[in-house]
Design a protein around this ligand. Structure first.
Ligand SMILES: Cc1cc2nc3c(=O)[nH]c(=O)nc-3n(C[C@H](O)[C@H](O)[C@H](O)COP(=O)(O)O)c2cc1C
Length: 344
């Protein structure tokens, strides 16, 4: 079905097509088969029916995030939400690299702000088994970026099953400097102190463009400050060989060309952290075999975004089915037994 729809959707400007996809997800859609029970896990106090999640950026304002369980997702991350609304960078800022099955974006945290999202989330009630994460960031012109994260933690905690601290977007100048040791130490201390008593787990989302020393620092500080899990990774500013005419556009690259780099980073973090901190793998995952490889490399959960553009909205349901077969083929009775087996 999506094979027929895809050329039509690709005829639209990318942001327009994205808007159409969001509108379509508001319609009553057929519910994918329930994930095989062997895919279920409890991580940082939350029950995940499927390890496949919707990555941040698809539904920045939380318009449809609660509904994506019908597509087979076990969790969805809305955001990035900043304290104040902001329009983001001038258009065009989103590019489809069809020949590379990739996307380049320099959106720049366009979003309606946290207060508007709270109204929407408060109105909608519970999400029916889907784990709902909220990804928070800093406004572009914030005088104190870390204060924006504290604001986000305080404001969004009551509405989130988990929160993600996003310090890895390449499209807000200087943001990724928060991954440096000194800044990260201060950020994590202040963010953890801002979490209300009984507040949600806090995850940290990192870039794939990290040196070994950065990886050591992030791993050590995440443990020291009691971060609940790491998401590895955001888009890359690097440019592996690409064929599409838009390859030279500035911004973060995602999709197939990010696959190997994101997998390598995940392995790096697993090697340093072992089982001390759950990892979520993201970057270029487009089928069950790739999701399975990421799990065997140390990811307890995976997230995807770009592959939805190329493979269609029911990709997560197909990955669920494929993952269960691959686990059975290899003699596993539950997914948690496969996590990290290729690295440990
Ligand atoms: C158009 C677009 C917008 C994105 N916006 C965000 C964002 O607001 N916050 C964030 O943490 N990640 C954002 N991401 C990164 C994704 O969440 C994900 O980490 C990355 O795209 C790698 O996964 P993929 O290769 O499956 O797309 C965005 C990605 C794309 C393609």
């Amino acid at each position: 079905m999506y094979r027929l729809l895809r050329p039509l959707l690709f005829a639209f400007d990318v942001e327009r097509a994205h808007g159409l996809a969001l509108s379509a997800l508001r319609l009553p859609l057929p519910r994918a088969a329930a994930p095989d029970p062997m895919l279920a896990q409890t991580l940082f106090g939350l029950d995940f029916a499927s390890p496949v999640g919707l990555a941040a950026g698809f539904d920045k304002d939380g318009v449809v995030a609660r509904r994506v369980g019908v597509l087979g997702f076990g969790f969805a991350e809305l955001g990035t939400l900043t304290p104040l609304p902001q329009t983001g960078n001038p258009r065009p800022r989103l590019f489809r690299l069809v020949e590379d099955e990739a996307v380049i974006n320099r959106m720049g945290f366009n979003n309606g702000g946290q207060a508007a999202a709270i109204e929407r989330l408060a109105l909608r009630g519970v999400s029916g088994g889907l784990v709902l994460g909220i990804n928070i960031g800093a406004n572009k012109d914030a005088a104190d970026r870390i204060a924006d994260y504290e604001t986000g933690v305080r404001a969004m905690s009551p509405f989130a099953d988990y929160l993600t601290i996003n310090i890895s977007s390449p499209n807000t100048p200087g943001l990724r400097a928060l991954q440096d040791r000194g800044a990260l130490n201060e950020l994590l201390a202040r963010v953890m102190a801002a979490r209300p008593a009984g507040g949600p787990p806090i995850l940290l989302k990192v870039a794939p463009d990290l040196e070994p020393i950065d990886i050591d620092d992030i791993a050590e500080l995440s443990l020291a400050h009691g971060i609940d899990a790491l998401i590895v990774s955001n888009t890359t500013i690097s440019r592996p060989p690409l064929r599409s005419p838009q390859a030279k556009e500035a911004g973060g690259l995602s999709g197939a060309p990010l696959h190997d780099l994101a997998l390598e980073r995940l392995r790096d973090f697993r090697q340093r952290l072992g089982t001390r901190l759950p990892l979520i793998g993201a970057g270029g995952i487009a089928n069950a075999a790739q999701a399975y490889a990421r799990i065997r490399a140390g990811a307890s959960l995976v997230q995807l975004y770009s592959a939805l553009v190329y493979k269609g909205p029911y990709l997560p349901a197909r990955i669920n089915t494929g993952l269960a077969s691959l686990l059975r083929r290899d003699g596993f009775t539950r997914i948690s037994d496969a996590v990290g087996v290729d690295v440990d």
